[in-house]
Design a protein around this ligand. Sequence first.
Ligand SMILES: [Zn+2]
Length: 327
Amino acid sequence: MVLLSHDHLWEPPDFAAAVSGGVTAHVVMPFVDVEVWGGAEAFEDTKHREEGNARRAMLAFDRVLSYVEAHPDQTLLVRSVADLFEAKRSGRAGVILGSEGARLVEGSLELLRCYYRMGLRQVQLNWDYPNWVAACQNDVDGADTGLTDFGRELVRDMNRLGMVLDTSHSSHRTRLEVFELSQQPVTHGHAGAKRITNRPQNLTDDELKALAANDGVIGLHFFSRLVNQRGPDAGQAHLEDLYAHIDHVARVAGMQTIALGPDWFPFHPFGGWTREQGYSFVAGLESIDCLPTLTRGLLEHGYRERDVEAILGGNLLRVLQAVLPPD
Ligand SMILES: [Zn+2]
C-alpha cells in the first residue's frame, strides 16, 4: 500500500497522476489557514483572520468532493480503514480529506463534527500563524504557549471522532503536548529531521523520540529547502538527501516512525523563487506519478524490502488503522 500524509493536489490531472503513481490514498488539503493561492492581497487579508474560514473551507471541500463524486472509476473518498483496502483492491487513488491549519473550525466543536460528517479525516493544528488552537512554529521561547484550552478540547474531540491529528507547523511545545495528550498516534505530516536540515518545520531528536513514544509517524517532505543536507539554501536536493533523513530518523526514533509527506502543491514556478535557492522538489520526485522512482531508489540504495514497504505506506497505515473507524 502506498500512502502519503500531505499534499495539495486537487486539479483534475492530479487525480489521474495519483493513479499512475500507484498511490493507494493521499491526504489532500484544499484548505490552508491563510489564503495562499489567491494572490498577495488575499494572503494579507487572511493572515490573522479567525473568521470567514469555514466558508472558504466549505467551498474548497466542495470542489474536491464534486470531482471525487464525478469520477468513481478513478478515486474515492476515504472515510474508514475499509475504504483504504477498497481503494487498493480497485486500483483507485483514495482521497483522505485534510486541512492545513485548524482555523476552519472557528472555535466550534459543532463545526468540527459537521466537517467529520462531510468526510474530513485529518486536521493539521497550525499553519504559519498562531490560531485559536495552538502556538505555531514561529512562536519560540516566551511566545510558545502550546495548546490553548480550546486546542486541548479539539485534540480530545478529534480522538473521539476518529480524525488524524497533525502537528506540522506547530510550535515545539504544541508538538510535545499533542504527542503526550493524544490517545491515538498522530502524524507530523510533512517535514524532515532538524539535525540533517535546520528548518523550523523539521523535528529535533527529542521531538522525534516523543513522536515515536506516541507511535506516530513523520511524513518526509520532498521540498529541497526542507531536506537538503547541505542546508536549506543549498539548492536542488536529491534522493541521497532523503536517505540521510531516513537513516537519521531510523537511528533516533526507529524505522516504524517514517512515512512520506511530499507536499506537492499546484503552483510552479514558485512566484519569483528559484531552483538555485532550493524552491524545488527532490530531483526525480517532482510529481505524484514519479513515486515508482522512489521505490526503485530505496531498494537500490539497499533498504530491506520490508522497510521500503513500511516507509511507502505500512507505517502510515498503522496510524490510520488506529485512528479511523474500521468501516
Ligand atoms: Zn505546510
